[in-house]
Design a protein around this ligand. Structure first.
Ligand SMILES: *Cc1c(COP(=O)(O)O)cnc(C)c1O
Length: 364
């Protein structure tokens, strides 16, 4: 490996002097009268005060995360959702209209969207039929303008975790950044790649509080990487990218690990039960094994099922247009009651539409 972060980063970013906010210039602890940021000194029209700008580096949230994840505070970046981190990485490394990224469809759509917004070329190396990485294909697609490889594990929408050995192959043989998106890691048997950060300076691991942690509305995504890469992201991010309410609520939530762990256990149990119930249905062809909190299900006629569920006010995700996902719906694991509702709605539907007999047309 011949990785050099300094050479990889865009020249304008390397030379960028970041915006310095009021709270960054003064040492906040020592100051008692804050007249440096044009805030409202009287307060907020709310029970809780939000009149002061929040901590630009979210130290309290990072402190808790560093303990939970056994990593350094300097190795943590917090974004306005993982989506902000994906966007930042694209802008830090990809020179518009010149550089490229690699994605492995079917996968999460934001990698491609962020690249296109930044006018970076998107090289698509499809997963193999069994949803594993085509490592040779990926490495062949790499050229000197390839800056990022996005790997989602467990993958959305297929639900499988990628083989660790495949990800190591990429880390060892690619001199750009390998992004391992672990949004669903809590539901997986796989070990997080956070443990590999010291070994691989070209690795960034993305996690989020939007899934297992039940905080999607707060918008908190986390990047774990080398201190050097984290500094770059700090330099480019909007100064106050995480609001004060989100920071204080996240800090509170991070104290409640037991509740989250209980839900993870229950969700994985429901995943097994939901799978077995779905497999009994005549309309279901394959329930793919999942290490996430959703199931990818191949139906005989996905469109028909999808429309019927919508009529019953149940939303699932139609992934039929994705490569290798013909006739597939992605169904999140809900509460036992929600999962039963989906099953019962499908059973009702199979009763209405006979699939075992074929009546002849009448002569008219
Ligand atoms: C849901 C999801 C995210 C979440 O992003 P946030 O912006 O943190 O809500 C990231 N990556 C994948 C693959 C996801 O499915």
């Amino acid at each position: 490996m011949n990785f050099n972060l300094d050479q990889l980063v865009r020249k304008n970013i390397k030379e960028l002097k970041p915006y310095s906010s009021a709270r960054q210039e003064s040492s906040v602890e020592a100051i008692t009268t804050f007249l440096d940021a044009n805030e409202n000194s009287y307060g907020s029209p709310l029970p809780r005060a939000y009149n002061r700008y929040p901590d630009p580096y979210q130290k309290d949230v990072k402190k808790s995360l560093s303990i939970i994840k056994n990593t350094g505070i300097d190795n943590i970046f917090i974004g306005n959702g993982s989506d902000e981190i994906i966007d930042l990485l694209t802008r830090i490394f990809c020179v518009p209209a010149r550089d490229n990224i690699i994605v492995c469809p079917p996968t999460y759509g934001m990698y491609e969207v962020c690249a296109k917004i930044n006018d970076a070329e998107v090289r698509k190396i499809n997963l193999q039929e069994d949803f594993n990485l085509d490592v040779d294909g990926i490495l062949k697609a790499v050229d000197e303008k390839t800056k990022l490889i996005f790997i989602c594990s467990p993958n959305n929408p297929t639900g499988n975790a990628m083989k660790r050995e495949d990800i190591f192959q990429l880390l060892k043989n690619f001199n750009g950044i390998v992004v391992v998106d672990e949004a669903y890691i809590n539901f997986s048997q796989q070990k997080s790649f956070i443990a590999e950060l010291e070994q691989y300076p070209n690795l960034i691991v993305l996690q989020t509080l939007s899934k297992a942690w039940g905080l999607a509305a707060l918008r908190l995504g986390i990047g774990y990487a080398s201190a050097e890469l984290i500094s770059l992201m700090n330099k480019v991010k909007p100064p106050y990218n995480i609001g004060g309410a989100a920071q204080s609520l996240a800090s509170e939530a991070l104290q409640n690990i037991a509740q989250v762990n209980e839900w993870i256990v229950q969700t994985t149990k429901e995943r097994d039960r939901f799978t077995k119930e779905l497999e009994k249905l005549n309309e279901v062809e394959i329930v793919y094994p999942s290490e996430a909190n959703f199931l990818l299900v191949k139906f005989k006629e996905a469109e028909k099922i999808y429309t019927h569920l919508i009529e019953k006010k149940i939303a699932v995700r139609n992934r039929s247009k994705d490569v290798h996902c013909n006739n597939c719906l992605r169904i999140s694991i809900g509460t036992p009651g929600e999962n039963d509702l989906v099953i019962n709605t499908m059973i009702e539907m199979e009763k209405i539409v006979p699939t075992s007999t074929h009546l002849e047309n009448e002569l008219s």
